[in-house]
Ligand binder design. Structure first.
Ligand SMILES: *Cc1c(COP(=O)(O)O)cnc(C)c1O
Length: 378
């Protein structure tokens, strides 16, 4: 069966306009035609990141921008603090360690948000720390961390705030400049409604000053080279031209809807999903601080977690995600990120009901859907 409906937290569904834009013949990248396209894209990315600083476009998955953040800001032997509350928090720590940067990890129970007081205490205990790394939205657990408070704490202790906004930018409000965030990264295959292959990174003035001093080795991801090129609407290496043509189309869609409406839509769809799951008697993993990008639901006792995602995919052509690492088989995750509508949510909630019932979970069909309908269509 072909897979039509994707509710995995990346890659997310792609609007037809974006697919068509990418199907155009390639334009050569060292031309005025490409520069015109690229200049417009770079300008509109600032709107999405809510910053006046340049947003750089890299040809890589999101992790490339995470690596660029670490290698461009730090020197071997330096110390940073990482909030580690899921798979992607672990990734920040792993990247730092690879570059010889010592990561002091704040381990947060998977499914919980970090307590800002703990971050503050850790900064007091580690006055040498240069930066705090975290996820605005920890996709593996469906948690949203207290981003504004964390930004304030970083400012108070004069350390860089380095935020993985890969499932936050274009989902909920993370105003980079207004909150004084130093580094924000994102990627194409989440709320940007594009295929995987582009990463984005924006740095504050303070962060750019650090880039000059940082001694970690870097070549492809040397942000100084990219800044120099991209400030002239050029790129250091061959850009992912087709992806940038798609990005033009996706930014048009984002601008047309407007960030505020986009945030409101994600808030509504995520609320409907959470309430629908609760109406079915299911428990949420991130009940206290849920992300508007993805809802993580605990697999009920006695039900085979792997079979939920497998049956949805192979029998009905609906993709959701399971759990990663220690949460494998224990949760399933429904994304409501990017090109997703109210109608889409009724489809996925309805199909989750069907599959849970088939697998032996006692539920009354339609209970989740009707709860979602109440919320989505008041
Ligand atoms: C998807 C994702 C990433 C990046 O993963 P890539 O596979 O490298 O694109 C990083 N952090 C978070 C929070 C994510 O959701």
């Amino acid at each position: 069966m072909c897979i039509r409906d994707s509710f995995a937290p990346g890659p997310t569904p792609i609007p037809p306009e974006v697919l068509l834009a990418m199907a155009h013949p390639i334009i050569h990248h060292r031309t005025p035609q490409f520069q015109k396209l690229f200049r417009g894209v770079l300008e509109d990315l600032k709107y999405v990141f809510q910053t006046q600083r340049p947003v750089l476009v890299l040809a890589s998955s999101g992790t490339g921008a995470m690596e660029a953040a670490a290698s461009n800001l730090l020197s071997p032997g330096e110390e940073v603090i990482t909030i580690r509350g899921g798979k992607f928090g672990e990734r920040w720590a792993e990247i730092c360690e690879v570059y010889g940067v010592r990561s002091v990890n704040i381990d947060v129970e998977w499914g919980k948000a970090v307590n800002p007081q703990v971050v503050e205490d850790t900064l007091k205990d580690h006055p040498q720390a240069k930066a705090v790394f975290w996820q605005a939205s920890e996709t593996s657990t469906g948690v949203k961390h207290p981003n504004q408070e964390l930004a304030q704490i970083c400012q108070k202790y004069d350390v860089l705030s380095v935020v993985d906004g890969i499932t936050a930018i274009g989902v909920f409000d993370v105003p980079m400049d207004a909150w004084g965030l130093d580094v924000v990264v994102s990627g194409s295959q989440k709320a940007f409604m594009l295929p995987p292959g582009l990463a984005f990174i924006a740095l504050s003035e303070k962060a750019w000053a650090r880039v000059e001093e940082a001694k970690c080795p870097r070549y492809y991801f040397d942000l100084r080279k990219e800044l120099k090129s991209q400030s002239k609407a050029d790129t250091a290496y061959t850009p992912a031209v087709s992806m940038i043509m798609g990005l033009r189309a996706s930014l048009d869609i984002i601008k047309r809807e407007g960030l505020e409406n986009i945030f409101a839509r994600h808030a509504l769809l995520s609320k409907a999903t959470r309430e629908a799951m609760k109406a079915l008697g299911l428990e949420l993993l991130a009940s206290e601080s849920p992300s508007e990008a993805v809802t993580a639901v605990k697999v009920p006792p006695g039900i085979d977690g792997g079979a939920i995602t497998k049956t949805l995919r192979d029998k009905y052509g609906v993709t959701i995600a399971g759990g990663q690492s220690q949460l494998k088989g224990k949760i399933f995750r429904i994304s409501h990120m990017g090109y997703v509508s109210k109608a889409d949510m009724l489809l996925v909630i309805g199909m989750v009901e069907v599959v849970l019932k088939e697998l032996g979970y006692p539920l009354e069909l339609g209970k989740g859907v009707s709860k979602a309908q109440e919320i989505l269509f008041p």
